[in-house]
Design a protein around this ligand. Structure first.
Ligand code: FES
Ligand SMILES: [Fe+2]
Length: 404
């Protein structure tokens, strides 16, 4: 980055008032967007998929954002691998379909072919001194967390050790390694990615914007009512492993460790799941016990979130397509071997979070329209936007050049 650009970013960071929404420049400036790619999306861990989405050798899926594409594949020896989706010959996008099954990846341009483990298998008419071993696909760092596959495009990503120490047993208890995907949907949002992420981090908007959600989740209530309901709920289950809190997100993460967060929150009385009526919509997940009327919130890395009901699990992932457009990928998981029509009804399962995410897509795009105006001025945050403030503090710190 040029000196002028980094000076511009430093000036913007210094001018930003704490306790307020971001200044317009952070949503509009191309240099800032490029710095964000470097500091966030090319560095941190991103949820790619659940292992059950690629159960057989040769199953693959692509994770795409901005100008990047990563192939996640179950390779010949049953190991899950991630490769850059770039041919080593002249750089064509290699794997065009977003998901599928293959024995090899064959480039659509000059037909170099690669094994599932990334090794170059065939390259036609190459000189005698051409080295196959030197021309395998570039590998991408990958870690499994329970059944969750995370990738990082950094050569030295933050460590997941602290997260594993705190959450490993808990995730297994919650049955995260025994899920299967029921449905996945990409919501393209006409807004800068931060507006989408910030929106997800505050429930100030839940009561006015999400009537359906507000009928089920206690979180949409005022902070006082919510805290009262939460204390009563936690008091009912004093020794249950699900009832833990870890707040190591953003700036609260240990140095060198990836951020994470876990908490268990109450639903409203007589509700047990995130559905239209609050009733269960799929078979129970996890170790055998009864519905307790709550849901766990889990975050691993800055852009991947999970909402864990007792009968289904939502995954959310926020990724930029460009400075002005982003996606929220939503995943609905049920317990393994559950079938649509027999064990659950897909429309009922997906109803609440489809309607909620559609509403978010609209309010976030409207937010961007207002911010686009040259008359926009950053506004004061509420007491219900403290998590968002925590993100903003960390964001600004990551964005500003490090002091020597
Ligand atoms: S660019 Fe892939 S084979 Fe030529
Ligand atoms: Fe929302």
């Amino acid at each position: 980055m040029s000196v002028t650009s980094s000076r511009k970013i430093s000036t913007a960071v210094a001018a930003q008032q704490r306790g307020h929404s971001l200044d317009r420049i952070f949503y509009k400036d191309e240099d800032i967007y490029q710095a964000e790619l470097d500091q966030f999306f090319l560095k941190h861990w991103i949820f790619a998929a659940h292992t059950s989405q690629i159960p057989d050798i040769g199953n693959y899926l692509n994770l795409n954002f901005d100008s990047e594409s990563i192939i996640v594949v179950r390779s010949e020896n049953n190991e899950i691998k991630a490769h850059l989706n770039i041919c080593r010959h002249r750089g064509s996008r290699l794997c065009i379909e977003d998901s599928g099954t293959t024995k090899r990846f064959t480039c659509p341009y000059h037909a170099w072919s690669y094994r599932l483990n990334g090794e170059l298998a065939t390259a036609r008419n190459m000189p005698d001194d051409f080295d196959y071993a030197e021309n395998g696909l570039h590998s991408v760092k990958l870690e499994l967390v329970g059944g969750l596959i995370f990738i990082s495009l950094s050569a030295s990503p933050p460590s997941l050790k602290a997260m594993r120490n705190d959450l490993g047993g808990l995730l297994s208890h919650l049955g995260i390694d025994r899920l299967s995907l029921a449905h996945q949907k990409r919501y393209v949002i006409q807004a800068n990615w931060k507006l989408a992420l910030e929106n997800y981090q505050e429930c100030y908007h839940c009561a006015p914007s999400h009537h359906e959600f507000a009928k089920i989740h206690a979180m949409a209530k005022s902070p006082e009512v919510y805290q009262k309901l939460k204390s009563e709920y936690w008091a009912k289950y004093p020794n249950n492993i699900k009832f833990q809190q870890f707040s190591r997100y953003f700036g609260l993460a240990e140095h060198g460790q990836e951020g994470y967060q876990y908490d268990r929150n109450p639903l409203l009385p007589n509700k047990v799941s995130g559905s239209k009526s609050g009733a269960a919509v799929a078979p129970f997940i996890g170790d055998l016990e009864s519905y307790d009327g709550g849901a766990s919130e889990l975050m691993i890395g800055p852009v991947s979130f999970f909402l864990i009901y007792d009968d289904h699990v939502l995954g959310y992932r926020f990724l930029p397509l460009s400075k002005d457009q982003c996606v929220c990928d939503v995943f609905w998981f049920v317990v393994e071997n559950a079938h649509n029509g027999r064990d659950y009804d897909l429309d009922q399962l997906t109803w609440l979070w489809d309607v909620t995410t559609q509403a978010d897509k609209t309010i976030i795009a409207n937010n961007q329209k207002g911010v686009n105006s040259r008359f926009y001025k950053s506004g004061r945050l509420s007491e219900m936007e403290t998590f968002q403030q925590c993100f903003l503090d960390w964001y600004l710190q990551m964005l500003s050049p490090k002091a020597d």
